[in-house]
Design a protein around this ligand. Structure first.
Ligand code: SAH
Length: 213
């Protein structure tokens, strides 16, 4: 089956029926070639309705979860976005289509390097990747308009919240090691205003302000 057809089907059958309606988000999913972000032997199933392994015991999230988190960020195009958990770089590519500058942190050097290569090959020039502990944010480029955490956190990391602009938004799975609640956090008068979206399952956010290794 042609991968382009599978990509279109993913949007039509997995995203739209579940309520993803932001036109710009749907267009980004139409453009980004998810199969370029998964291991070669998995390209054929890159558009399936589930997460896939990307090495180091980590996963690229299910397309719908990537879309839901992206839609909740409410991007207009001029934002500076911080992502924690680069993984394959797929979410970063989606963000790169929808915002101005993307900063992404990954704790595994091997994944960070591979994602950097993939993003270069696929032509994304507005993504900067660093290896390190994302729970400490990226002070050099703070504050950020948006922050997206793509690993499950035990609580909202204070340093990340401090690096969020006033009026900014963070999307983060918060909860236990096995399952979490996808949470939208807004910064209003310097305070946390949070609301829950749905249950979800992510690999753990491991770091100084996350889970201990
Ligand atoms: N967004 C990715 C999927 C992320 S999976 C994609 O589109 O493919 C979660 C990733 O978070 C894993 O790669 C894991 O290594 C990373 N991670 C976990 N804790 C982290 C931390 N403290 N800092 C940076 N990355 C972290």
């Amino acid at each position: 089956m042609d991968l382009e057809i599978l990509k279109k089907r993913m949007v039509k059958e997995q995203l739209i029926p579940r309520g993803i309606s932001d036109r710009r988000v749907l267009e980004a999913f139409d453009r980004v070639q998810r199969h370029k972000f998964v291991p070669l032997d998995m390209q054929k199933i890159a558009y399936a309705d589930n997460p896939l392994p990307v090495g180091e015991g980590q996963t690229i999230s299910q397309p719908y979860m990537v879309a839901l988190m992206t839609e909740k960020l409410a991007l207009k195009g001029d934002e500076k976005v911080l992502e924690i958990g680069t993984g394959s770089g797929y979410q970063a590519a989606i963000l790169a289509e929808l915002a101005k500058e993307i900063y992404s942190i990954e704790r595994f050097t091997m994944l960070a390097e591979r994602a950097r290569e993939t993003l270069e090959c696929t032509g994304y020039k507005n993504v900067k990747i660093m290896t390190g502990d994302g729970t400490l944010g990226w002070g050099e480029y703070a504050p950020f308009d948006r922050i997206i955490v793509t690993a499950g956190a035990p609580h909202i990391p204070e340093t990340l919240f401090a690096q969020l602009k006033e009026g900014g938004r963070m999307v983060i799975p918060v909860g236990g090691g096995l399952s979490q609640v996808l949470t939208v956090v807004e910064k209003e008068d310097g305070r946390i205003k949070a609301h829950d979206i749905c249950g979800c399952v992510f690999v753990p956010l491991v770091g100084k302000e996350g889970w201990k290794n």
